[in-house]
Design a protein around this ligand. Structure first.
Ligand SMILES: [Zn+2]
Length: 378
């Protein structure tokens, strides 16, 4: 959303707004933040007679890290079934218009052999369960992307395609990598980008840089520029931070501020395997971006208390198209806390913390509200 013509149009809109005695951006309050003027120029070309308001709810979950304890528990006589693990959280995933997940252990399928840490490979059946639960898009860019080589990446990409689930951050060609992934709902277009800090020391195969998107400032800036020209909202997935740290590092804050300043509207962070409190980032153009630094583990075999906790981040995006142009607001950030319950490496299920343990809920609720004090936590 940062180009010269946009600036000129933005300036024009501001002048007109002041003349008419009202400004398109109301002063942001704590839960509803004013956003950048949309780059959707077409709305200015054909005047709109009345104000049109549309909204989309976006949900996101963190790491799906399918350790052997998890896939062994899902084993059936004919394959795997992860559905029972998602049963209690299913409605909360399906309710959102668009739901994102971090597919950390690659969906390479059992034909090449399922495997666990440190070199993961996950059965296709997890994809079936994600489809059933309303997941629309996954990030494939993380430190385990290259665990099982090119074959696993090809299998995963083909399987996501077969399921009709979009994927970002890992591609099979330069062309694929350069095509911005978008989802349009209720007249609002979202673009998705995804990057990782690294791949556990595994080098990208020669001549195939598109296999995994690494965090690179110039690349991020140019991708955001292209994404902004094709969408109303830029959602960026960042696999970053220090494992098991419950607060964002200075490095995470720097990357998030950079991406936000370049035009990322919503940042979905993951990798630390524990929850980190979200925050609003103030941009120099007066807009604010929302960053979830770490969404925690949504499903994994990790046992430690905080590594069992994750959740479903939520936000409402509102688009207002009127005589004075188009504005986008990021509203009502929220978080539903979840816990991976299991005993003796069996009966894995993702359960809402609120119903599971009130004391834990109070503690985590306070943690998540560290920066956004009126964050809605349930
Ligand atoms: Zn990771």
């Amino acid at each position: 959303m940062k180009n010269k013509s946009l600036l000129i149009i933005s300036a024009f809109i501001l002048v007109i707004s002041f003349i008419s005695g009202s400004i398109i951006f109301s002063q942001p309050n704590k839960t509803e933040m004013a956003k950048r003027v949309s780059s959707n120029m077409s709305t200015l070309d054909k005047p709109i007679k009345k104000t049109e308001v549309s909204e989309v709810s976006l949900a996101a979950v963190g790491d799906l890290l399918i350790h052997k304890e998890v896939y062994n528990d899902a084993k059936t006589s004919s394959g795997y079934d992860f559905d029972p693990m998602f049963q209690e959280v299913s409605p909360h995933l399906s309710n959102a218009d668009i739901t994102f997940a971090n597919s950390e252990s690659i969906l390479g399928g059992s034909a090449i052999g399922v495997s666990t840490y440190p070199s993961f490979n996950t059965p296709f059946e997890l994809g079936d369960t994600l489809k059933t639960n309303g997941i629309d898009i996954v990030s494939m860019s993380n430190n385990h992307t290259l665990d099982r080589g090119v074959m696993a990446i090809e299998n995963a990409i083909n399987q996501w395609d077969l399921l009709g689930i979009k994927k970002v951050g890992s591609y099979l060609s330069s062309e694929g990598r350069d095509t911005i992934t978008t989802i349009r709902k209720n007249d609002i277009t979202f673009s998705f980008l995804a990057y990782t800090y690294g791949t556990n020391g595994i080098p990208t195969p020669d001549g195939k840089p598109y296999l995994v998107n690494r965090m690179d400032k110039d690349q991020i800036a140019s991708d955001i520029k292209r994404a902004s020209s094709k969408s109303d909202v830029v959602v960026m997935s960042l696999h970053f931070g220090k494992e098991y740290e419950r607060f964002p590092s200075d490095d995470q804050k720097e990357w998030a501020a950079y991406a936000s300043e370049q035009g990322a509207d919503i940042i979905l962070g993951h990798h630390p395997h524990v929850l980190q409190p979200p925050e609003w980032i103030q941009n120099s153009d007066g807009s604010q971006s929302l960053v979830f630094y770490s969404l925690g583990n949504f499903l994994s075999g990790q046992e430690e208390k905080y590594r069992r906790i994750g959740g479903i981040a939520g936000v409402t995006v509102q688009k207002v198209q009127g005589l004075r142009g188009t504005s986008i607001s990021i509203k009502e950030p929220r978080f539903k806390l979840t816990y991976v319950d299991f005993k003796n490496d069996q009966d894995f299920k993702i359960t809402p913390v609120k119903e599971f343990n009130e004391e834990m809920f109070q503690e985590l609720s306070k943690h998540m509200k560290t920066s956004i004090h009126d964050l809605s936590v349930n």
